[in-house]
Design a binder for this molecule. Structure first.
Ligand code: KE4
Length: 443
């Protein structure tokens, strides 16, 4: 299918103006406002397979896929059918249903480290709850996170690095009290010495270490050789829980996520996005000894009106079932397709003389506008974000919708194929020409 993109955006602009009357920035999540790349965000009216259609009838190849969930493409028929069927039996009960255990069985089969789990309605809830559990399980209060990793917007996780690796964090957002930020240490990613120093400076105080096993929220940054295993060794030795946040990587880089890819044995895992097939689902789970500390069995309170919602369970079951039944074909296909588009675009950048580094793990990747390797957040932050913005806009104008920030990962689905890859590489050739010309004018 070709992508017809007219220059017209009048409907989206009108919808943006109306939205700004009701929502800050006109959005219900900040990244959607295109502040990092400029321009006006199209308003989507529908998605089908690899494509989105906006309010002006423009079609786009979609490379953010609702920020990860749409691994089988938009409007995946079995998921649509399952949601429709579930909706005829009401949309929510606030009481237990068999569907919750139906999805849990599939998740546990893919993540053996999860002996028990709880469904919640977002990744934020999942990580927030996992940290509360780690604090209760250890009787300790301090948590380690890593610069560039995002785990949702719970207060204790909106924290930036303090002055030194062993000094407590500072609020990463207004409204986060210093007292809360001071319970979080934000360390450089891919640096085991920093983790050792933090534990040495805070003996017996650290409840847990939470990380994205493959960073997606600074752009895609893979773990260095031995890094994840090193974290496991240190946390086990120090009696802290290792919390692997697979909200983005779960079911994305492998059926069993990074946990499978890197043979990890975490204490707790969080999931989201694909687990709900695009409906609101978060998951936290892990060793039975920790999970049985949750109410009503134990002293750790955690709850949610729509946790295990039957429509979300139906979408999750349809999605995970298909991934399980076709994993042998799906993950090699995603690897081949993502490799061809990530490397094809990078080759066009080389031809255009544009400095670009492509980091990729399976079907998540980022084109960093820098010539240097990107191994942590500081490396990523050296990217030319203005050039990324120009590239993003030039691609959007040609019907290719990339995630609207240098510090996000791109995703593709089983619905993306050779036509989309070729169209994307051709659009990149044109986009890099425009970027090079505009940089020439800026000199
Ligand atoms: P939610 O609360 O947005 O469902 O999940 C938070 C979260 C937790 N952990 C990881 C690794 C995540 O990537 C996320 C959310 N990801 C962002 C995109 N990078 C969601 C997009 C948005 O904020 O609008």
């Amino acid at each position: 299918m070709s992508t017809q993109v007219s220059s017209s955006k009048t409907q989206s602009q009108a919808l943006q103006q109306r939205a700004e009357r009701y929502f800050p920035g006109g959005v219900n999540s900040p990244v959607r406002a295109f502040r990092a790349v400029g321009g006006n965000p199209p308003f989507v009216v529908s998605g089908e397979g690899a494509y989105l259609t906006d309010a002006d009838g423009n079609r786009y190849i979609d490379y953010f896929g609702s920020w990860g969930p749409m691994i089988l493409g938009h409007a995946f028929p079995p998921a649509v059918e399952a949601i429709q069927q579930a909706a005829t039996r009401s949309s929510s009960f606030g009481a237990s249903t068999a569907a919750e255990a139906d999805l849990a069985e599939r998740i546990v089969a893919c993540y053996p480290a999860i002996q028990k789990l709880r469904f919640v309605s977002s990744g934020t809830e999942a990580t927030m709850s996992a940290i509360r559990l780690a604090r209760a399980a250890t009787g300790r209060n301090v948590v380690i996170k890593f610069e560039g990793c995002y785990h949702g917007h719970a207060d204790g996780l909106l924290v930036k690095a303090g002055s030194g690796v062993a000094t407590f964090g500072i609020p990463g957002s207004a409204g986060v009290p210093d007292a809360v930020a001071h319970l979080t240490l934000a360390l450089p990613y891919n640096d085991l010495l920093a983790v050792e120093a933090a534990f040495a400076a805070h003996p017996g105080e650290i409840a847990g270490v939470i990380l994205e096993p493959i960073v997606g929220n600074a752009g895609c940054i893979p773990p260095g050789e031995g890094y994840l295993q090193g974290l496991r060794t240190i946390t086990r030795r120090e009696g802290a829980l290792l919390i692997v946040d697979e909200v983005m990587t779960g079911f994305r880089v492998a059926l069993g996520g990074a946990t499978e890819l890197y043979q990890l044995d975490p204490d707790l895992i969080t999931l989201g996005k694909i687990a709900g097939g695009g409906l609101p689902v978060g998951v936290f789970g892990g060793k039975r000894e920790w999970m049985d500390m949750l109410a009503p069995l134990g002293p750790v309170y955690q709850a949610g009106t729509l946790s295990g919602n039957p429509l979300a369970m139906a979408a999750g079951i349809a999605t995970i079932r298909h991934l399980q039944e076709h994993a042998a074909q799906i993950y090699p296909y995603l690897e081949r397709t993502a490799k061809s588009v990530a490397e094809g675009v990078a080759a066009e950048a080389v031809s255009a003389g544009i400095p670009l580094t492509a980091n990729r793990v399976g079907a998540m990747w980022t084109w960093f506008f820098t010539a240097s390797p990107v191994k942590d957040y500081d490396d990523a932050a050296r990217s030319d974000t203005a050039a990324f913005g120009r590239f993003h806009n030039a691609m959007l104008q040609q019907g290719v919708w990339l995630p609207p920030s240098q510090f996000e990962a791109a995703f593709l689905s089983t619905a993306h194929g050779e036509p989309e890859v070729s169209a994307t590489i051709a659009a990149a050739r044109e986009a890099f020409t425009r970027v090079a010309e505009s940089e020439q004018r800026l000199r």
